[in-house]
Design a protein around this ligand. Structure first.
Ligand SMILES: C[S@@+](CC[C@H](N)C(=O)[O-])C[C@H]1O[C@@H](n2cnc3c(N)ncnc32)[C@H](O)[C@@H]1O
Length: 489
């Protein structure tokens, strides 16, 4: 299993060195359990230095290579890392922690990171117009800027544009605050005031609208994630004068805290890359990035036939046909709606200009309309009986499907990459078909907080296990569960 993030050594990442303008360090998030597969893709396509941690890769690339990183198929989100601190010791007082988090805004190499961010997201303005050195006085009370607390007699009131003043500070001619009656400015006044307000706002709202998202793990912190985000955000706001906007932000700054390991990054992807292939969504769509990693584990060669016998919305065959274009990809499902969804998704991708060696069909995975040994690879995300169906159904279905897959898959060279959340049913079924399928290394992956296993199987040299077929026929006579009519998730 990949090491947890706090175990990595930031010194291995050359892009974090502010002096090294030729390299920047990117963080790419990956489905936990598939980091090595993603790392292989990265090395193969970019030849880049890659450091693996649980659920992510850190990649040193030339800033010019960032668009190439965004084209990788195995990764979900990409951020540029600005700084990484291994021993960020948080004090035992909350106020002191807040101070540290505020002052943290001084640490990162903002210039290099913002340059890459700006180019990648096409932000037109120069984001860093001014840069203020932070002081530690942020914790001091500032009644001069707290309009609610301010007295109408304060000198400062005279310098604040009238339109910005709260009601209790609007003075009448006698110098008294008007309680009930709020004076409406005359038209000319209003123009003047608006100019003043807009001038004030222009000054305040310069640069990208930003928000800080804090991702905190570990124990012993005496502050919450929103508090950490707020304090760090306050530092950034003070330093660059960038406006905060939690909803319509241009820039997302990520503050990651794991015990005493702290790093700061900027998001380079607005939407997770795994959402790329779908227009018609089902209830159990697999992430495109996970589909890619599964197909990659099967390593299709040119001319090979790759099948997903229970394809749902065709997420696996679609990703396969977009990336392994010299193989043929076929998907099938016994549920008519799923086949229609698959066709919609494929048509949408074709309309976007993709040429894909793919087709879909309606079939029962336990009775495939295919001759013996015509398939090279099976890649599938099996139904797992959580939402519809049951584990009893799975046991029957998995066994029957594995037998049928063995019938149509080439002996000796054929392979299968199968994902399921129902480990027990799968292990029992694989044991029963061990004469036809030999188990390879399996991988435990974490998908949206759920633990699933990817099983890698290799077709043995046995053409057919007559004992199993007989067993199957006897079971069919006595079993009330139909193998093909089961779970649809
Ligand atoms: C987990 S879903 C696949 C989801 C798919 N990977 C996606 O991303 O959309 C499993 C699929 O298996 C199909 N299925 C269940 N039993 C089947 C059978 N006997 N033959 C063919 N498909 C079957 C279900 O209809 C369902 O669409």
């Amino acid at each position: 299993m990949a090491p947890i993030i706090s175990e990595i050594n930031p010194h291995l990442l050359e892009g974090l060195d502010p002096e090294n303008r030729g390299l920047c360090t990117l963080e790419a998030t990956v489905v936990t359990g598939l980091e090595e597969v993603a790392c292989e893709e990265c090395k193969e396509k970019l030849g880049a230095n890659c450091v693996v941690a649980r659920g992510r890769l850190f990649i040193d690339v030339n800033p010019e290579q960032v668009p190439e990183v965004l084209k990788l198929r195995s990764i979900d989100n990409v951020n540029i890392v600005l700084s990484m601190v291994k021993n960020f010791s948080f004090p035992s007082e909350r106020e002191k922690c807040f101070e540290q988090l505020y002052m943290l805004a001084e640490k990162p190499d903002w210039k290099k990171g913002m340059e890459v961010w700006r180019k990648t997201l096409g932000f037109e303005e120069e984001p860093i117009k001014e840069e203020k050195l932070l002081t530690q006085d942020f914790c001091q009370p500032r009644p001069d800027i707290d309009l609610k607390m301010m007295k109408s007699t304060s000198q400062i009131v005279n310098n604040i544009p009238r339109a910005l003043l709260p009601k209790h500070l609007k003075l009448d001619e006698d110098g008294l605050a008007k309680e009930d009656e709020v004076q409406q400015p005359e038209e000319n006044d209003s123009v003047e005031e608006n100019k003043e307000v807009s001038h004030t706002l222009d000054y305040c709202l310069s640069g990208p609208k930003f928000r800080v998202s804090c991702n905190r793990t570990g124990s012993g912190h005496i502050f919450g994630s929103p508090e950490a985000a707020r304090q760090f955000g306050a530092g950034i706001n003070e330093k660059f004068n960038w406006p905060v906007d939690l909803k319509n932000f241009d820039l997302e700054v990520i503050l990651y805290i794991d015990n005493e390991f702290v790093y700061v990054a900027l998001a380079l992807t607005r939407e997770a890359l795994f959402k790329r292939n779908l227009t018609n969504f089902g209830r159990t769509n697999l992430r495109a990035t996970l589909c890619y990693n599964m197909v990659r584990l099967a390593a299709p060669k040119p001319g090979e036939v790759v099948i997903d016998p229970m394809c749902g919305g065709a997420t696996i065959p679609m990703e396969g046909s977009l990336t392994y274009t010299k193989s043929f990809h076929l998907g099938g499902d016994n549920f008519g709606q799923a086949v229609k969804r698959s066709r919609d998704n494929i048509d949408w991708l074709v309309k976007k200009g993709n040429s894909m060696p793919i087709d879909v069909a309606q079939w029962d995975a336990t009775k495939l309309p295919l001759r013996e040994q015509c398939v090279d690879i099976m890649v599938s995300d099996l139904p797992f009986g959580k939402r519809i169906g049951s584990k009893t159904d799975n046991r029957v279905l998995y066994f029957h499907a594995l037998l049928e897959m063995a019938r149509v898959t080439r002996i000796k060279t054929g392979r299968a990459v199968l994902l399921t959340y129902d480990h027990r049913s799968m292990i029992k079924s694989i044991k029963r078909v061990h004469t036809l399928w030999k188990s390879g290394a399996s991988r435990t992956v974490n998908v949206g907080g759920l633990s699933a296993v990817i099983y890698i199987l290799h077709r043995t040299s046995l053409l057919c296990d007559t004992g199993l077929r007989k067993d199957l026929k006897n079971k069919e006579k006595s079993s009330p569960v139909s193998p093909g009519g089961s779970a649809t998730n």
